[in-house]
Design a protein around this ligand. Sequence first.
Ligand SMILES: Cc1cc2nc3c(=O)[nH]c(=O)nc-3n(C[C@H](O)[C@H](O)[C@H](O)COP(=O)(O)O)c2cc1C
Length: 188
Amino acid sequence: MRVLGIAGSPRRNGNTEILLDEALRGEKESGCDVTKLILNELEILPCQECGGCDEIGICVVKDDMRKVFEEIERANFIVLSSPIFFGSLTAQAKVVIDRFQGWWIAKYILKKMRDEGQKSGFFICVGGQERPDFFNNARMIVKNFFATASIKYVGDLYYPGINKKGEIKKCSAALKESFNVGKSFCKE
Ligand SMILES: Cc1cc2nc3c(=O)[nH]c(=O)nc-3n(C[C@H](O)[C@H](O)[C@H](O)COP(=O)(O)O)c2cc1C
């Protein structure tokens, strides 16, 4: 089984990346083949609404999104992590999601079916405040993205009230829950 971890935070080794790494550790222990993408290290232009995908259902902008598309196509299980930024996902995560417009066109307008087998996806999120409405907002965006990419949304973890870099390490239950995501959803 191929697993793709996507780190959406600009902060390296921050709270969401720590949780993502725990999930990926669980997946590796289950014998899965694991790849991790750090979105902030990729050069990805926001969707230019150029219409290039309208007839073909494929994004025509040539940048590091090609790597993201390729990895998502190869993966069976996707773990997306992002902190809450202004009640939503990070810009890094949102830019990637918007670039899936070609896939939206392919699926809903051109009715082109992808034949890559069933994919599943999980969302890991941390916020500094106690704002379940912000998390619900982020979750809806991820659900919509997963539906577009034909990724079955199988669950999420959300930890509010966590702000400082690495603060999540003090929360052993959170680390364990993330590790268990990797362990329970991934089979060799
Ligand atoms: C630009 C910015 C915007 C933020 N907006 C919110 C917010 O709207 N709600 C919230 O709960 N936390 C917000 N936070 C706090 C982060 O979600 C929190 O610090 C989180 O632990 C960061 O995770 P990371 O270490 O993985 O980057 C914001 C942080 C930044 C830097």
